[in-house]
Design a binder for this molecule. Structure first.
Ligand SMILES: [Zn+2]
Length: 396
């Protein structure tokens, strides 16, 4: 517990300082009250995620209290939307009894999670932008039941402690979740002719789904099959709920340097590369300043992530995508596989990658992306990469 305390103190200062620094240039006077409009949670085998939807960037402060034991977040310059009354929501897991939200004073909303800290190994508080929401992830000690008997909000399953032998042998890969990047009000990147990343990513993902269904018995789930907005943090939640074995997020790249071209595949990690962080900031709909703060969170998360498996999956997809495109097209540049701080990969319980299939900012690649044949070849390459990964598990 001493270690826990130290970490909590560090985080408390870090979160507070970051948010103050971040807001300082924008809030010379007092900001109007933001309306907190939703409180939700998801219980997974390995952790519980509580999300507070605020909508507008606001300063917040988090800490824990010991008597009684709880973790709280105060969100400043905020009020409860009338649709969200002060309420306490029971959480059906063994280490959190309930989450409640209230108007602590006229300009502060407080969210409290009543937690049995003895059963918790760590927790992390962070925020995601566009729209702004504050997230608490709470991780129980191994062996602590996630869902209490009765009516769990999600199906209960034993805590995983790595891959089963069947899965190590590639026999357990049953479900693949494909995440077409962006959607709805978030178009992703654009080319100068109005081609939008969200449409291209969806088209490639639909093609990939067809290829997988035609060639295997795998269950394939798309995070979205139409032009709708799905919050980043919900995407891995959907994958976890469906007990997916592989998660692939499909994106199209864009850079200020118009001559930059090629294919690259990412797995979740912190990165010292400013170029990777610039890309991640765009994909996360955040600023590069926020990425600096994310690094600290990610350094903790990767210790518990399937980073080796994700890296192997990334390598197989990258290798096969480049090989497949090079069969029919010239100048396919292999930009390699890299770690990067991508929100959409946080919280997944399976090998997870984000593929940047080409650049809309490069004239030739944007032109190629307009063609169904090129998008089909991209889907084919990712498909071959997935199959190569599954086969490699069988050889393991
Ligand atoms: Zn994207």
């Amino acid at each position: 517990m001493i270690r826990l305390d130290l970490r909590f103190k560090t985080r408390r200062v870090a979160v507070f300082l970051f948010v103050v620094l971040c807001l300082a240039p924008f809030c010379p006077g007092q900001a109007p009250l933001a309306e907190v409009y939703n409180l939700r949670y998801y219980t997974h085998p390995n952790f519980t995620r509580i999300v507070v939807d605020v909508g507008t960037l606001r300063e917040y402060f988090s800490a824990e209290l010991r008597d009684p034991q709880r973790i709280y977040i105060d969100i400043y310059q905020a009020k409860l939307n009338p649709i969200l009354r002060e309420e306490a929501i029971p959480v059906r897991c063994d280490y959190i009894s309930l989450v409640r939200i209230s108007q602590k004073n006229p300009s502060t909303v407080r969210v409290v999670a009543e937690v049995d800290l003895a059963k918790v190994v760590r927790y992390q508080v962070f925020h995601v932008l566009d729209p702004f929401r504050v997230v608490i992830d709470i991780y129980p000690r191994p062996g602590t039941p996630t869902a209490a008997a009765g009516k769990p909000p999600q199906p209960a399953q034993p805590a995983k402690s790595g891959y089963s032998m069947a899965r190590q042998l590639g026999l357990g890969i049953k479900t693949i979740v494909i995440d077409p990047g962006h959607g709805g009000s978030d178009p992703g990147c654009l080319d100068s002719f109005g081609q939008q990343e969200k449409d291209t990513a969806l088209d490639i993902s639909l093609r990939l789904k067809e290829l997988l269904k035609a060639s295997s018995e795998l269950a394939v789930i798309l995070i979205r099959e139409t032009d709708i907005h799905v919050p980043l943090e919900n995407r891995t939640v959907i994958a976890n709920q469906n007990k997916a074995d592989i998660f692939i997020s499909v994106h199209v790249n864009a850079f200020r340097k118009k001559d930059r071209r090629g294919v690259e595949t990412f797995y979740l990690n912190f990165s010292p590369d400013p170029g990777v962080n610039e890309l991640a900031a765009r994909e996360n709909a955040t600023t590069t300043k926020t990425i600096g703060e994310m690094d600290k969170i990610i350094k903790k998360i990767v210790q518990n992530s399937k980073i080796i498996e994700s890296k192997e999956l990334a390598q197989k997809i990258q290798e096969n995508l480049v090989k497949c495109l090079s069969r029919n097209y010239t100048e396919i540049k292999d930009l390699g596989t890299k770690g990067g701080p991508f929100w959409v990969l946080i919280g997944s319980e399976m090998p997870s990658v984000l593929v940047e299939v080409s650049h809309l900012s490069n004239a030739q690649e944007a032109q190629r992306l307009k063609s169904g044949a090129y998008r089909q070849q991209i889907a084919q390459g990712i498909h071959e990469g997935i199959m190569a990964y599954i086969q490699s598990l069988g050889k393991g």
